[in-house]
Design a protein around this ligand. Structure first.
Ligand SMILES: [Zn+2]
Ligand SMILES: [Zn+2]
Length: 124
């Protein structure tokens, strides 16, 4: 399985019994949707998101990607609560891909996020 954003390889990581795959190169993380929902409720789970948010941001624009798991074209998604967070979802195998830094951001809704969202605009 290769990263659809940068062509890097994934390593399997685990947090509190939940497994997901992180790209060794761009540090994007591929979750199953259910695991992602579960992980966000676990304290400290943002520690798996070791990548540089600036790097993650550069990969944000790259959203016409195939699912690393099953090769289906992934759908660009916008987080409902934090519209500046853009991620990709696969409706075939139910994987979601978060760029580096996005999972941490996702978990920590801050005042800054509120302002970012004011200016986020529509995703095209
Ligand atoms: Zn990558
Ligand atoms: Zn898939």
């Amino acid at each position: 399985m290769k990263c659809s954003k940068c062509g890097g390889v994934f390593e399997e990581i685990e947090y509190s019994g939940i497994k997901c795959n992180r790209c060794v190169s761009c540090r994007g993380i591929l979750f199953s949707m259910l695991d992602h929902e579960h992980l966000k409720t676990i304290e400290g789970s943002e520690s798996i998101d070791i990548g540089d948010a600036q790097v993650g941001k550069q990969y944000n624009s790259l959203h016409r990607i195939a699912c690393p798991q099953c090769a289906t074209r992934m759908i660009p998604m916008v987080d409902r609560d934090q519209p500046h967070i853009w991620y990709e979802a696969c409706t075939t195998c139910y994987s979601v891909f978060f760029d580096a830094g996005e999972f941490t951001d996702f978990k920590e809704k801050t005042v800054l996020d509120f302002f970012l969202d004011l200016f986020a605009g529509e995703r095209k």
